[in-house]
Ligand binder design. Structure first.
Ligand code: NAP
Length: 251
């Protein structure tokens, strides 16, 4: 039955940036679909855990700006649960400055977390998926700025355009192992990431006026797409970046 294909019972999912925002919405959705979720964050995931059935959510503390922690995240998951089936690379940061003033620090910090760590975790998860021999699902969180240029966000646009390209590249190499690598490109969502934009009344009104859905997205808006891409309902979807944007890109 088709709805059974969306079920994630018995699956072990690792979600980065699990304490708040879209990561929190993703953890809740995956757990509701039946998965056991390992939520990775550099601070407490108490708020996320409170919204998930007991024994369905486990917190793993790690600062993902430290590249050495990629091994720790995957090894610790295997140690505790014996396997991994789904990886959601959600943790990400943004820095805003004019191109002419953009600092190397703001370039490196964003590229390291949004792109390099995403690659390292995907590489380690893929090795484990191959060892397990039962395929796997990698879901990367991209952005509208995987498709558009943006303004005053040079490293973020570079990283998220990289995420879209890397998603296709990894899908090309890993499809033969029944590993799916897809991405979700959220539109303008109400999270800490967009707090500065939403506080700027002029920019906020301009953005809202351009969203066909007539509202900003919420963390729960991303859950359906994530469950689909994490489940066997999407087994023949690979290398694609799916926009969840209230119609923004079609405008
Ligand atoms: P958010 O509320 O700021 O969440 C970002 C998450 O990443 C938080 O859990 C954050 O933890 C975590 N993180 C940041 N640096 C980390 C580090 N060094 N180690 C571990 N975790 C770290 O924003 P969000 O909107 O939910 O962002 C989630 C993803 O969606 C990001 O990749 C973002 O680029 C993408 N996205 C968001 C939007 C939007 O409109 N909101 C649109 C397109 C794409 P802390 O709470 O500790 O900082």
């Amino acid at each position: 039955m088709i709805l059974d294909k969306f079920k994630l019972d018995g699956k072990i999912a690792v979600v980065t940036g699990a304490n708040t925002g879209l990561g929190q919405g993703i953890c809740i959705a995956l757990a509701e679909a039946g998965a056991t979720v390992v939520g990775v964050a550099r601070r407490s995931c108490e708020e996320t855990a409170a919204q998930i059935e007991k024994d369905r959510f486990f917190e793993l503390r790690a600062d993902l700006s430290d590249m050495n922690n990629a091994e720790y995240v995957i090894d610790e998951t295997i140690k505790q649960f014996g396997r991994i089936d789904i990886l959601v690379n959600n943790a990400g940061i943004i820095r805003r400055a004019d191109v002419v003033d953009f600092t190397e620090q703001d370039w490196d910090d964003v590229m390291n977390l949004n792109l390099k760590m995403l690659f390292k975790l995907s590489q380690l998860a893929a090795r484990q998926f191959i060892k397990q021999g039962a395929g796997g699902k990698i879901i990367n969180i991209a952005s509208m700025l995987s498709f558009q240029g943006g303004i005053r966000v040079a490293s973020y646009t570079a990283s998220k355009s990289g995420v879209k390209g890397l998603t296709m590249e990894m899908a090309n190499e890993l499809a033969k192992y029944n590993i799916n690598v897809n991405a979700i490109a959220p539109g303008y969502m109400v999270t800490n990431n967009t707090e500065m934009l939403r506080k700027d009344e002029k920019r906020s009104a301009e953005i809202l006026a351009r969203i066909p859905a007539g509202r900003w997205g919420m963390p729960e808006d991303i859950g359906g797409a994530c469950v689909f891409l994490a489940s066997s309902a999407s087994d023949y979807v690979n290398g694609f970046t799916l926009a969840v944007d209230g119609g923004w890109l079609g405008r």
